[in-house]
Every structure is written in structure tokens, then in C-alpha cells.
Design a protein around this ligand. Structure first.
Ligand code: MG
Length: 455
């Protein structure tokens, strides 16, 4: 009878060494390769009604429509704010801007920017080992180095530090930044969508073997509209249609690049917009479709935007989700998918919506989720389930749709256009939502979170 020999001390150490070596060599890489890649394609001022699959009759968006056909389309998806800066803040931090100071828009001469203690989605993913690239409009404050993308989680950056209309003669020359340096002043804006697309494709190709995050906030269709040469004069919807159709081309190129890199089945791509259409720009602004009002307003048209999630083999093709969701949820959902724990030293307002994306995953969304529509440091409206209560309204069009009547209650599932005020019929719902606003107003007043002065 043979006995298994007990390991000698030498064999024992050799075994431990081989185990650690193999684990380092294969285990870590394998783990890293299991992590999904994330791509956010973020339009500027694209309205709910500006995409073919969201009902636009003449703007042609075959790539985004195909993305929706092979992925999930959201019909009740919100941005954190009806304005650029605050909306970008909430996408990257998962927090309501109205409660942390970032309530509206910062300008080229702003002294302040995103608070250094904010923990952006890019910082979280980078800490986990992701390579992070940003191609497009930042707009989170001053152009001082500490407030720029490289100091806030991005390994690579090219783009404008703020909006493409903050240009001479009203403002100083706008820099096209590469990292922290100025590549060019007042560049030809017709080349921007093409440039950002090309840089993102190169980044995907270079980083296909490790987990990556691409944040692509397009300059368009924010005015001034500058379609690329190949798109100018092509759309039936005029110049606005031209720039949206160019973005659609860009979306198609990004999806092609991901497929070519062989990582399509490990990459979640999300297409959406930072706020509703800029209606005061007339035909140079977009359309909110059946929703009321647009950018700058807490009516549905200002904050409910098109949103498409695409992940071949994971998200059920041609699915439509009408639940209350928002850009804040991307923070929580992406970090969760990457196995990153939520920060515990601050309030994160977003929720995990991965249960909506993957049919077999158990839904973990809190049943009582509220959404706050804010303007500066003030809550104007709240939504819970189908109900939306306004306590204050504003429109850049200077229209007071209900002659000062307040509060206004709408069932935004049966009445998405917010036409029929049912406050008198449902006093108990009005009461509950008013209490909720008061509770959150106390949170705003207390400034408990990292507070960014809007100067
Ligand atoms: Mg915008």
C-alpha cells in the first residue's frame, strides 16, 4: 500500500509560490477581462422627439434605431437637470445637482468647478483598473487644471471645456484641449463630431484587451450648429437634422469599432442626451415630441430624453422600458456591473437598474423611488411612480401654461404631455408629494454634501 507523501517544507513553499505566480499571471488578467466595457454617447440638447425611433418624421437615424432594435429603448428616462453643466455633474456622480450646489450652468470665466472630493464614475472605474477616455464637451467648471477631466478620472481627453456657443465676440477664444493643454483655439467646429469619433475609435482599438470606459459628450446638436462637410445640406430637417444625422453616423462607427475590436459582447453602450431641446433657438433647436416645453424647464420636455442601451447577447433585443429611470442610475448600475462598492460617505441618488437590462437578474430598485426636478438650488417638481407634482414652473419661452395655478399634479403615464391638472382630484397624493419636497428642501438647505459654488 502506497501512502501519499506529506509535503516537505521545500515542496510546501514551492506549491505556494507556483499558486501565487499563476494567480498573478492568469487570474488577475482573467478577472479584468471579465469586467464589461462602458461607452456613453451623450448628445447636447437633443430632444425626446428628435430620433426616428422616438417618432421624428424626417430626421434619419438608422444606426440609433438599429441600436434600439437590438437593445433596449427607455421612454421615461431623465437627465439630472434641464441645463448642461448640472446634467453632466449628475451623470458623472450619480447625485441630484440641486442638492450639491451644481444647479445650473458654469461659464468660461467661472472660478469654480467640480468639487475635488466628488468621486466621478471615471475615478471609480479607473481605481478598478479601467482605462478611461473622454472625447467631447466637459463643462464642469473653470478651465483651471484641477477642474479638468484628467484630474477627475480620465486618462485621456480631447474636447471643449465648455459649450460650443461660449465663443468670441461675447467670450474669449475657446480652446480645444488635449489633456490639460490647448491644441487649438477656435477650431473649425464642422470637424468636431468627426474628430471625437476618430479619437474614440482609436482609443477602443488601443484598449480592447483591458477594461475601458469611453465618455463621448458630443458638441452637437447644441447651437451654433456645424454639420461636417459630408452631412451639410443633406437632411430634410435642415441644419439641425444634419448635425443629428452626423451623430447617428458616429454612433454607427463606434458600434462598428467595438465589433471590429472583438469586444461587442462585453461592452455596454448607452446613448442619451444631456437635456431637452433648446426651443428658443426656433428651427435651430430640436423637438421634445409629445412632451411639454424644453431645455431650461422642469416640464417633461426639459428633462425627459431619448435613451438607448445596447449590449449584444445580454440585453433583450427590441425591448422597451417605460419605468422611471435617469442618468443618475448609470453611475450606480455601471459601478455595480464593475464590482465596485458605492461610496458610503455621501448620498448617491441613482439606483441600480441592471434588473431592467437583464431579464434573469432580480430587480433591486427601491419600490419608492422619487425623482426631483431642480433648478439652481431649488426643487420645482417631484415624480413618484406615475405622479408628478409641480410647485413652481419656468419656461424659457416665457409661457405660463396654467396661469399661475400651483400646485399642479399630472399622471405622466396617462398624460405625458402634462395637459390635465388633476391636483383637485387627488389631494392625498398632493399631500404626500409636498411632504417629500419639503423633506428634500431641508436636505438642500443643510448643504450636507460636497457643495460646489456656482460662480
Ligand atoms: Mg445641453
Amino acid at each position: 500500500m502506497k501512502y501519499i507523501q506529506r509535503p516537505t517544507r521545500y515542496n510546501y513553499f514551492l506549491f505556494i509560490f507556483i499558486f501565487i505566480f499563476c494567480n498573478q499571471l492568469f487570474g488577475q488578467d482573467k478577472h479584468k477581462n471579465d469586467l464589461p466595457n462602458f461607452i456613453i454617447l451623450f448628445c447636447d440638447d437633443l430632444g425626446y422627439g428628435d430620433i426616428g425611433s422616438y417618432g421624428h418624421p424626417t430626421i434619419k437615424t438608422p444606426n440609433i434605431d438599429k441600436m434600439a432594435g437590438e437593445g433596449m429603448k427607455f421612454t421615461s428616462f431623465y437627465t439630472g437637470s434641464p441645463a448642461c453643466t448640472a446634467s453632466r455633474y449628475s451623470l458623472l456622480t450619480g447625485r441630484f445637482p440641486v442638492m450639491s450646489g451644481f444647479g445650473w450652468v458654469l461659464y468660461p470665466k467661472s472660478e469654480k468647478g467640480i468639487h475635488p472630493k466628488e468621486f466621478t464614475m471615471a475615478e471609480a472605474l479607473k481605481e478598478k483598473g479601467y482605462t478611461t477616455g473622454m472625447f467631447g464637451k466637459w463643462h464642469l467648471g473653470s478651465t483651471k487644471k484641477e477642474y479638468l477631466p484628467l484630474q477627475n478620472g480620465f486618462d485621456e481627453y480631447i474636447g471643449f471645456p465648455y459649450s460650443n456657443d461660449m465663443i468670441p465676440p461675447k467670450w474669449p477664444s475657446i480652446p480645444l484641449l488635449s489633456g490639460n493643454d490647448t491644441l487649438e483655439l477656435d477650431p473649425d467646429q464642422r470637424k468636431l463630431t468627426g474628430l471625437y469619433t476618430q479619437k474614440a475609435i482609436e482609443f477602443i482599438q488601443q484598449n480592447k484587451k483591458k477594461p475601458f470606459f469611453v465618455y463621448m459628450p458630443y458638441a452637437m446638436p447644441h447651437v451654433p450648429l456645424h454639420p461636417g462637410e459630408q452631412f451639410a445640406g443633406k437632411s430634410q430637417r435642415g441644419k439641425y437634422g444634419d448635425v443629428v444625422e452626423e451623430i447617428d453616423w458616429s454612433v454607427g462607427e463606434i458600434i462598428k469599432a467595438v465589433k471590429k475590436a472583438g469586444v461587442a459582447e462585453n461592452t455596454l453602450i448607452w446613448f442619451t442626451s444631456d437635456n431637452g431641446p433648446w426651443l428658443i433657438k426656433n428651427d435651430e433647436g430640436g423637438s421634445a415630441g409629445l412632451l411639454r416645453d424644453g431645455k431650461g424647464s422642469t416640464w417633461e420636455g426639459g428633462m425627459r430624453v431619448p435613451s438607448v442601451a445596447f449590449w449584444p447577447g445580454k440585453i433583450q433585443p427590441n425591448s422597451v422600458n417605460s419605468q422611471l429611470t435617469s442618468t443618475l442610475d448609470l453611475y450606480v448600475t455601471f459601478l455595480g456591473l464593475a464590482g465596485i462598492n458605492m461610496p458610503t460617505d455621501r448620498i448617491i441618488d441613482g439606483k441600480d437598474i441592471s434588473g431592467y437590462l437583464f431579464p434573469n437578474k432580480k430587480m433591486v430598485v427601491a419600490p419608492k423611488s422619487f425623482f426631483y426636478y431642480g433648478f439652481n438650488q431649488e426643487i420645482f417638481a417631484v415624480r413618484k411612480g406615475s405622479w408628478k407634482l409641480h410647485i413652481k414652473t419656468y419656461s424659457q419661452l416665457k409661457i405660463d401654461y396654467f396661469n399661475g395655478e400651483i400646485p399642479l399634479l399630472f399622471n405622466v403615464d396617462t398624460d405625458p404631455s402634462e395637459k390635465y391638472n388633476v391636483a383637485a382630484k387627488h389631494p392625498e397624493i398632493v399631500k404626500e408629494l409636498l411632504e417629500e419636497i419639503e423633506k428634500q428642501n431641508n436636505r438642500v438647505a443643510a448643504k450636507p454634501d460636497y457643495f460646489t459654488e456656482m460662480k
